[in-house]
Design a protein around this ligand. Structure first.
Ligand code: IPD
Ligand code: CA
Ligand code: CA
Length: 259
C-alpha cells in the first residue's frame, strides 16, 4: 500500500500543478454533449496520471474519465478523475480537484483528492482513517437537517428530464439550513469528510466522481449508501453521503422524491 500511496500522491500533485498553471487562461474546450465539456487540460492531466501509474505498476488496470479503460493482468484498478469540476475550471471559477482511487475486488481501498488552488490534499486508506494535509479529519456533529449545510449536483442530461435531481433539490431546500451546488462531486465529498458540509447526494454519477470521496467520507466516520439506504456501489450511479447522524433523515427526503 505504501507504493500505491506514493504513486497516487505523485500523480495527483503533478496533475494538480498542471491544472493550477493553466487556471484562469482561456481553455481549449471540446463538447462531449450539449453542456458536457472537456478541456485540453483534462486530457493532459489524465495522460500524466496514467503514465505515472503504468510506469510503476504496468500490470494494474485503469478506468479514467477521458481515456476509458486499460485492462491489466493484476487485481488492482485505478479510477481517475483528472479534473473534477471542468465547467468551473473552464469559467475560471476556483473550485475543482484531481481524484484518484484504487479498487480491488469491487471495493475502493484507497482514495486521494487534491485541490491545487487551496493546496488541500485529502487522503484515506480503507481502515486507516482520513486526513487533510496529513492531519486527521472527521465528519460534523450536526444532528438535524434544519441545521445542516448540504451539497449536490445535477447531471449533464438535466435538460432531458428523467432523474434530473430537481425534485430532491427542492425538497431538501425546504428542510435543510441551506443547499449548495459547488460543481465538483469529489471535493463536495471531501467537504463532508472534514465537516464543512454535513451531507451530499447526487444521482447519475460515474465511478470517477465517487470512488475517492467515498472512502474518504467513510474513513472520516461518515456514512455512504445508495438512494434507498442500500450498500454503496462505486459502479452504481447514485450516492448519499453524510455525517451518519443525518443519514436516515436524508434518505427519507430522497424517498419522498422517488417515483
Ligand atoms: C462533474 C462534477 C459535478 C457533478 C457532475 C460531474 P466533471 O464532474 O463532479 O459536480 O454534478 O455530475 O459529472 O465533469 O467536472 O468531472
Ligand atoms: Ca467528475
Ligand atoms: Ca472530470
Amino acid at each position: 500500500m505504501e507504493r500505491i500511496r506514493k504513486v497516487a500522491l505523485q500523480a495527483i500533485r503533478e496533475a494538480g500543478a498542471l491544472l493550477k498553471k493553466g487556471f484562469g487562461e482561456e481553455q481549449i474546450v471540446h463538447f462531449k454533449g450539449e453542456i458536457d465539456i472537456v478541456t485540453e487540460r483534462d486530457r493532459r492531466s489524465e495522460a500524466l496520471i496514467r503514465e505515472t501509474i503504468l510506469r510503476e505498476f504496468p500490470d494494474h488496470s485503469i478506468l479514467g474519465e477521458e481515456k476509458g479503460r486499460h485492462e491489466g493482468s493484476g487485481q488492482y484498478r485505478w479510477i481517475i478523475d483528472p479534473l473534477d469540476g471542468t465547467t468551473n475550471y473552464a469559467h475560471g471559477f476556483p473550485f475543482f480537484a484531481v481524484a484518484v482511487a484504487v479498487e480491488k475486488g469491487g471495493e475502493v481501498i484507497y482514495g486521494s483528492v487534491y485541490d491545487p488552488l487551496r493546496e488541500e490534499l485529502y487522503e484515506a486508506e480503507r481502515g486507516g482513517g482520513a486526513s487533510l494535509n496529513g492531519e486527521p479529519i472527521r465528519v460534523s456533529g450536526i444532528k438535524e437537517l434544519t441545521k445542516a449545510l448540504l451539497a449536490t449536483g445535477f447531471p449533464y442530461d438535466v435538460r432531458k428530464g428523467g432523474e434530473d435531481n430537481i425534485t430532491h433539490f427542492v425538497n431538501f431546500l425546504k428542510v435543510a439550513q441551506a443547499v449548495r451546488r459547488p460543481g465538483s462531486a469529489c471535493l463536495d465529498l471531501c467537504y463532508v469528510a472534514n465537516g464543512r458540509f454535513d451531507g451530499f447526494w447526487e444521482p447519475k454519477l460515474h465511478p470517477w466522481d465517487m470512488a475517492a470521496g467515498n472512502v474518504i467520507v467513510q474513513e472520516a466516520g461518515g456514512t455512504v449508501t445508495d438512494f434507498r439506504g442500500g450498500r454503496f456501489d462505486v459502479y452504481g450511479q447514485e450516492m448519499v453521503a453524510s455525517n451518519g447522524l443525518l443519514h436516515e433523515a436524508m434518505l427519507q427526503v430522497i424517498t419522498q422524491g422517488l417515483e
